[in-house]
Design a protein around this ligand. Structure first.
Ligand code: 0O2
Length: 197
């Protein structure tokens, strides 16, 4: 079966599963930890570029085994404290199997990139049986998302080259400020909670 079709099926299962988990959470806690969700299937061009960069031959087999974010799902929270809630929510899924995780919030990348990543296996139900497709779930705050979008845009301006040092330094500094903003937003939320009801 066509690989892209399998990725699309996995995306559908992932969307439905996370949607159900969030609805249950909202029903139980009367509050939604998610600001919004973004998702995409990686284009073949972008996947082959990534394979090439990693030094692999451009084959379907390598695409399937080496590119773990063909199915990419991103959950954006308002507050830093909600990122942990969302991670726990995904851990509670009966369908998704978490195979690895990267905590770029506790350990930001050198670029300043902040996000929590889960690599999961998503079951797709075929007439021949269940197959598992790998997907990447990124969980981050609005401030982290703002920084990542800006960084992504800047990277496009320098295809295949290093970002100039003055740009990279400024980006890193903005990332530190984004972290500070997230901490202060949590503090503000705690103050606001005193005024609930
Ligand atoms: P895009 O544009 O999202 O498709 P791995 O095989 O898991 O070890 P990988 O996939 O490079 O190697 O892992 P990593 O570093 O965790 O990055 C996975 C994804 O995180 C990237 O996918 C980006 O979406 C995001 N990411 C990581 N570092 C940065 C960064 O410095 N800036 C921004 N804006 N995003 C980052 P892709 O395929 O690289 O990109």
């Amino acid at each position: 079966m066509n690989l892209m079709l399998k990725y699309n099926m996995a995306m559908e299962v992932l969307c439905n599963d996370i949607d159900t988990l969030i609805k249950e959470y909202v029903n139980k806690n009367n509050y939604n930890p998610v600001n919004h969700i973004e998702h995409r299937i990686k284009t073949l061009k972008s996947a082959y570029d990534k394979l090439e960069k990693k030094g692999y031959e451009l084959t379907d087999d390598n695409l399937f085994t080496q590119i773990r974010d063909m199915v990419g799902y991103r959950i954006i929270c308002n507050f830093l404290s909600e990122v942990e809630d969302v991670v726990k929510l995904i851990e509670s899924s009966k369908q998704l199997r978490i195979i690895s995780r990267k905590d770029y919030i506790t350990h930001p990348k050198d670029s300043g990139y902040l996000s929590y990543h889960l690599i999961v296996e998503v079951p797709i139900y075929l007439s021949t049986g269940i197959e598992y497709i790998t997907a990447e779930i990124q969980i981050r705050t609005l401030a982290m998302n703002f920084w990542a979008a800006l960084d992504h845009k800047i990277q496009y301006k320098f295809p295949g080259e290093e970002i100039p040092t003055e740009v990279a330094d400024e980006l890193y500094d903005i990332s530190v400020k984004a972290r500070d903003l997230d901490t202060r937003m949590v503090e503000l939320n705690e103050i606001m909670n005193k005024y609930k009801d």
